[in-house]
Each structure stands twice: as C-alpha cells, then as structure tokens.
Design a protein around this ligand. Structure first.
Ligand SMILES: *Cc1c(COP(=O)(O)O)cnc(C)c1O
Length: 464
C-alpha cells in the first residue's frame, strides 16, 4: 500500500484509533484523554514559497493537514475569510518598532484578538464537515475572554452547531464579556462560572468525557486543544517570515502565552521547516510553564488574576503536545505524566525530557509592574497603545539580544478590549476600533453557575 501523502492524527496518549482531520476537528480531544497530533509534519518548502497573499498561503499550508477529508473548495472558502473578515489589507501586518524589534499584529479580525484568525476558518470547515455528514455538533469551550468572543462571532447562527461558552465570573474584561453575551444568536449558551479559567477548562474536559452527554451526539471543543484551531494558527508565522525577508531565518518569536496554543503553532511552523532563531513563551505571573522548564516540576497552582487576563492559566493544555514531541513521541511517558498531573496537579519531568524541552522553547515570566511599565514605555517612545498581553511579550522581547537576529513579539489583542488595564498604565482609555463599537447598547444573556459538572449539565439540559 502506498503511504498517504497526508498525515492522520494520533493521540499524545497513544491509545486512540487514528482519525482524519475532520475526525480530529469533530472530536476535540482524543477518546483516551490525549490531544491529537499529526502522524508526520508536512514540510513547507514549495507550497509556501509559491503562494501569494494571505488566503492562498494559509490554504497552501493547511492543505496537507486537511487532506481529502473535506469537500473540494472548503479550505479555500475558509481561508478567504482571512481577507474578508479582517480589517487590515495585510491581515497580520508586521510593524518595526525600533531597529530589529517587531510586533506582529494579530488583532485586526472581527473580535480584535488573534483567536479570530483560526476560529473564522474553523467555523467554515466545521459547517462543511457537518453538512457533508448530515450531523449536528455541540461545541463546548472554556474561555478567559477572547476564545469565547471569537467563537461566538464565528459560530453564532451557524447551522448544525450549538455553542456553549464557559467563562470565569468577573475575571473577563467587560468588553470581552459583552462580545460573548450580546450576540443574540439562538445557538449560543453563555455560562459564567464561579471559579477561575482552569476550573472552566476542567469542566470542558469533563463534558467531553461525559458518557451520558456524548452518547449519540458529537461533542467537541474549539479551545486550542482542538487540532484544527491550532493548525489554523501556523500560517501567520510563515507570513511574518515572508515579511522579514532575508533575516527571517534568524528571527526569534516571542509569544504571549496562556494555554501554549499560539506558541505551539510557532513550534509546528519550525518543525515544518520554517527557519527560526528561537521561540520564547512569555507568561504573566501565572508561570507554570516557566517553573516547569526551570525546575522540572510541572505544578498547577491557583491562577492569579492579572491585567493580561487571557493568559491567567496555570495548566497550559498544549504543554502535553510539546512533551509528546520533545520525548520523541513517547506516548506511554506522556500518558503517565498527564494522567498523574490531572490526578495530583503536580508531576516531575524526567531529566532527559526536561533537557529536550529546554532545547525546543524557552519561557519567561513578566510581572504586573513590568507589564504596566512596558505599556507606558512603548506609548512614550512610539505613540502606540498596546494591550497588556502584547506588553508581556514585548517586555520579554526587549531582554533578548537583537544582534543575533530580529525579534518579533506577537501582538495578540487590540488594546480597546482591555480599557481598564490601559487606563491604569497610561492614564487614558484606548480608542475603540469600529468592530468594538456599540456593545453596551445590547441585551446581555448569560447564566451564572457553580464550578461543578452537574451545574453545567443542568444548564445545557435547560436549553437542549
Ligand atoms: C488566548 C490569548 C493569549 C494566549 O494564547 P494561548 O494560545 O492560550 O497561549 C494571549 N493573548 C491574548 C490576547 C489571548 O486572547
């Protein structure tokens, strides 16, 4: 039998059957609790070089991942959204702040955060997949604010899909909350959970594994545990490299990190052949990743609220994908570690794995004071207003040696999503872009629930 030119998807925990792209998209997590990863990494080489324009480039990069699992033309329609739904002609413009220091603006989409980029495409892909199969899908999603907004915008009103969004009560910015709760879409249920983001994430995992809920129906998630979401974030690294031109091969990307999805997409881009000088995950004081790489102990502690709310994560879900890859795809090891982690909230990484992880990425934590200072400094020096997430990355980026190559900080949200944080740092509120106007006038709909699986199931049951 000839080898397929397209990867299938296997679980990081090694005991789920292989699925195709649509199988991974519609499942979210693998049945054994692991995350889907491709059986091999397609190489970029000619595809990327031949593509011109954001949509063509994204379609070319994603085509091998999608394979023949979707009706012809679907991927092109999905990628066309990167130009239709984004307000900047370059979709993700690369801006040089000072010599060798760049920001990659990922916030020109309809909800003004980077998550629009993949989410807009995934909505088209999911709708087509369900249409072809004549099936419905229940999507459950945990959000620290931006994923929910992007998901509501992308999936609101989409046929065959019901969307449930769990956000931590009082821990998202008012703009983020309004974006989620005022859509008026009949297929969207918003739940405010009395807990933190990690509680929301745990509940989503619980829902995906819940026998009675999943019996006879498809339930998935559009968090970056979903392979389709994650793959959809790879193309902008390639666009950034094209924009950098000759110096791209030495570029270091600094990624403001919560669940490590965006950073893992950068890792994937490099694994697919994109030359890179380095990859840095920048966290706020919720620094599970930094501690893990420094001490070898991966431990979940209570997440603390920060100005960069979308990164208030202490159990970054995509760390599992990195561990799988860094261990040489050792699914037994990965399974053992993450089953232990979910039981005890703490695991010790074997020293060989730790050394391998350190070769793949580095991680730094940025304090609240440093974040505010960075927002003020960038405004004073360049006149630009940046969001606190971008500030975390930019602060970490400035610590790097730029003589080794350009440094690119990913700018993940528009500052107007976080007016309180901007005001605290700069003394004035940011201007709103057109896509964030008029939110306050609309009716909000959401339920408030306790952080228990029963409470979520009851809420879903009421609308089912
Ligand atoms: C989600 C988010 C992040 C973190 O991305 P991960 O993929 O979860 O690491 C950073 N900044 C903003 C603005 C976000 O919305």
């Amino acid at each position: 039998m000839a080898a397929s030119p397209f990867p299938a998807y296997v679980s990081t925990r090694g005991s789920s059957p292989d699925v195709d792209f649509v199988g991974a998209l519609l499942a979210g997590v693998a049945p054994d609790g692991g995350l889907y990863v491709p059986t091999f990494w397609p190489q970029l080489t000619e595809t990327a070089a031949a593509a011109t324009g954001t949509a063509d480039l994204a379609a070319a990069i994603l085509a091998p991942f999608v394979g023949d699992s979707l009706p012809a033309g679907t991927l092109d329609r999905a990628a066309a959204r990167l130009t239709d739904q984004f307000s900047h002609p370059d979709t993700t413009p690369l801006v040089e702040l000072e010599s060798g220091l760049f920001v990659l603006e990922l916030f020109h989409g309809p909800t003004a955060a980077f998550k629009d980029y993949a989410m807009q495409m995934v909505a088209v892909l999911a709708e087509a997949a369900l249409g072809a199969r004549g099936e419905r899908l229940l999507l459950v999603t945990a959000t620290s604010g931006d994923t929910g907004a992007a998901a509501v915008r992308a999936f609101g009103g989409v046929d065959r899909i019901d969307l449930v969004v769990l956000h931590p009560l009082g821990r998202v910015s008012p703009v983020q909350r309004l974006q989620m709760t005022t859509s008026g879409a009949a297929n969207v249920l918003n739940l405010a959970v009395r807990g933190d983001f990690d509680d929301c994430q745990r509940l989503v995992k619980g829902l995906l594994a819940h026998r009675a809920l999943t019996a006879g129906r498809r339930v998935s998630s559009v968090n970056s545990i979903n392979w389709a979401r994650l793959a959809g974030q790879i193309p902008y690294y390639v666009s950034a490299a094209q924009a950098l031109g000759r110096s791209a091969g030495k570029a270091t990307y600094v990624v403001p990190t919560g669940n490590f999805g965006d950073a893992f997409a950068g890792w994937a881009a490099r694994r697919m052949g994109l030359p890179m000088g380095g990859l840095v995950a920048a966290t706020n004081r919720n620094d599970a990743l930094v501690r893990a790489l420094e001490t070898g102990v991966y431990e979940r502690i209570q997440a603390e609220p920060t100005a960069s709310v979308s990164m208030d994560v202490q159990a970054p879900s995509n760390f599992e994908r990195l561990v799988f890859e860094a261990s040489g795809r050792d699914s037994a090891l990965t399974r053992g570690l993450f089953e232990d982690f979910s039981r005890h909230g703490r695991v010790t990484l074997p020293s060989e794995l730790l050394a391998a992880l350190r070769r793949e990425v580095s991680a730094v934590s940025v304090s609240e004071a440093e974040t505010r200072h960075e927002m003020a400094r960038t405004h004073a020096e360049t006149g630009r207003v940046i969001c606190p997430h971008t500030a975390v990355a930019l602060h970490a980026a400035r610590r790097l040696d730029r003589s080794a190559g350009p440094v690119v900080a990913l700018s993940t949200a528009h500052p107007a999503k976080f007016p309180e944080a901007v005001e605290a740092a700069l003394g004035f509120a940011p201007e709103r872009p057109p896509q964030l106007e008029g939110l306050e006038g609309r009716t909000e709909v959401f339920d408030t629930i306790d952080p228990s699986l029963d409470a979520v199931l009851a809420a879903i049951g009421r609308v089912d």
